[in-house]
Ligand binder design. Structure first.
Ligand code: NAD
Length: 513
């Protein structure tokens, strides 16, 4: 780890080195089993974290519930000031935190820093929003009455996050939840527990400097069993869960069974439509970055390219030649384009996907493969692969969290391409490459893309925090981040005030005593 200056980064983030015991984020009550965090970059053990037991969880919930009682009374713009200070701290810790993200998760250093930048951006967004948590006023049908709505905080918001955005997803939720007056309990992915501890340490500093209760931000560690403590807990009115569709279905049912809310950000199966009017150069950049960036481990990664038959060979050749130039290796070395997958299980899924596409009749035109030897000791490095396939293949319908791109051909007009694009269970991100206004508008129309994100002349991957982020169908329907996504973190109350001396009833009902 030392060769990357990682020891220093861990120290700055308050994470104990392996020979000094286990790390616990501030206010993390942890007495459970030890989770060892290995880096997919070099296979080294980075540090250890203790998981939370059910008894630890109880303590966390008591701390959080107690903190809510005071935090909700703080005016929203003052809460915004806390989030502003948190954003400042993130600026200060951007380098070590970005490095840790890259080392523990395996994404490129640039993307690690990009993730922290996204945290900073959502803080800035939330600060402004803290003065705009407004409801509507309506005209009452009764004379001398005033009617309006207001938004109040919910209470404890539970956050369950995936390994691939180990810090940003948490901040998308917390920055909004905090300005809304909620307190948060976070269960990060068991594959990236150190990122959780690091973030918790950073916010704990801010809370301490402001004499605020530490329960405003709580951390619990462990696998799905720890997550289930929250999804079944009636004291948690909202669980925001990011991860696989399989997980989302379980979480949604557990929350619904107690009539709690869930905000789901689940898997995608994202496509770019390439029409005869596409700019091929832009298409190649968008598609290649979308497919191989983060080693294909983004929820918005490009999985399918739907190319018109008239330009199919041209696009295919351009993409294949770009793939030949990709450098795969240590993501902390900025010369490399593609880093490792998260673990060897992910490598197995990748291998199975390649076998499956061939067994279903597909053709591997960039064959892929697992890398070994010097620099690849972790066993997690794979070559990005491309297969010519059919949308109806089972494997194409499935989200494989790895750099596998499927080329699909369409004929006729753009509506045929849209049908293929929509013909999967997931509905997260979609894109069209075209300079033809009619095609672009058809893609964005009511009969166009059925995804939560639909882009024109941009790839599927990488969203800005200003817009609401999320997707439909098997992606779960949740929206986070920008626009009015804040509303899910609050409860709406309609208020009617009578300032007369009589009591007229609604709908003109007479009730004389
Ligand atoms: P995962 O579903 O294996 O795990 C995600 C989180 O859910 C982890 O913290 C895990 O411990 C927890 N979990 C799993 N089962 C649970 C249960 N029954 N109850 C409570 N918690 C449970 O996903 P992953 O492998 O970490 O991440 C990859 C997936 O996440 C991909 O499908 C990707 O598309 C998706 N993802 C979606 C978005 C989005 O915004 N739509 C963003 C990032 C990742």
């Amino acid at each position: 780890a030392q060769q990357f200056g990682m020891t220093e980064a861990l120290k700055i983030l308050g994470i104990k080195p392996i020979n000094e015991g286990t790390s616990t984020g501030n206010n993390h009550f942890s007495n459970g089993e030890i989770i060892e965090s290995y880096s997919p970059v070099d296979g080294q053990l980075i540090a250890k974290v203790k998981a939370s037991t059910a008894a630890d969880y109880e303590k966390v919930m008591q701390t959080a519930t107690e903190a809510f009682k005071t935090f909700r009374l703080m005016p929203a713009p003052h809460r915004g000031e806390i989030v502003r200070q948190f954003g400042e701290k993130l600026r200060k810790y951007k380098e070590p935190l970005g490095k840790l993200v890259s080392y523990e998760m395996g994404k490129s250093l640039q993307e690690g820093y990009g993730e922290v930048q996204e945290m900073i951006d959502i803080c800035d967004f939330a600060v402004g929003l803290s003065r705009q948590l407004h409801g509507l006023t309506m005209h009452s049908e009764r004379p001398g009455h005033r009617m309006y709505e207001q938004y109040h905080p919910l209470g404890v918001v539970g956050i369950i996050s995936a390994f691939n955005f180990p810090v940003a997803v948490w901040s998308w939720n917390t920055a909004l939840a905090w300005i809304c007056g909620d307190v948060c309990v976070w269960k990060p992915s068991e594959k990236t527990p150190l990122c959780g501890v690091a973030c918790q340490n950073i916010i704990a500093e801010v809370l301490k400097e402001n004499n605020l209760p530490e329960g405003i931000s709580c951390l619990i560690n462990g696998d799905y069993k720890v997550g289930e403590l929250m999804t079944h807990d009636k004291r948690v009115p909202l669980v925001s869960a990011t991860g696989s569709t399989r997980m989302g279905k379980i979480v949604a049912q557990a929350c619904a069974a107690r009539l709690g809310n869930s905000l789901l950000e689940l898997g995608g199966n994202n496509a770019i439509i390439v029409t005869p009017d596409a700019d091929i150069k832009m298409t190649v950049i968008g598609a290649v970055f979308g497919a191989v960036g983060t080693a294909g481990q983004r929820c918005t990664s490009t999985r399918r390219l739907i190319i018109h038959e008239s330009i199919y060979d041209k696009v295919k050749d351009a993409i294949v030649s770009a793939y030949n130039q990709l450098r795969i290796g240590n993501p902390l070395d900025q010369n490399n384009h593609v880093g490792p997958l998260i673990d060897v299980d992910a490598v197995e899924s990748y291998k199975k996907a390649l076998e499956k596409v061939v067994s279903e009749g597909g053709k591997l035109i960039v064959p892929g493969g697992v890398l070994s030897g010097e620099g690849y000791e972790s066993g997690c490095y794979v070559k990005p692969a491309i297969a010519e396939a059919n949308n109806s293949f089972e494997i194409v319908q499935h989200e494989t969290f790895a750099p596998v791109l499927y080329l699909l051909k369409y004929s006729g007009d753009v509506h045929n391409a849209i049908e293929i694009q929509n013909g999967v269970a997931q509905g997260l991100s979609s894109a069209i490459m075209t300079n033809n206004l009619r095609e672009a508008e058809a893609f964005l129309s009511v009969a166009g893309s059925d995804c939560g994100i639909a882009n024109v002349n941009i790839g599927t991957s990488g969203a800005e925090i200003g817009g609401a982020f999320g997707g439909e169908k098997d992606t779960g329907g949740g929206r986070e981040s920008g626009s009015d996504a804040w509303k899910i973190y609050m409860r709406r109350q309609t208020n009617t005030i009578n300032y007369t001396t009589s009591l007229p009833l609604a709908q003109g009902i007479k009730f004389d005593l």
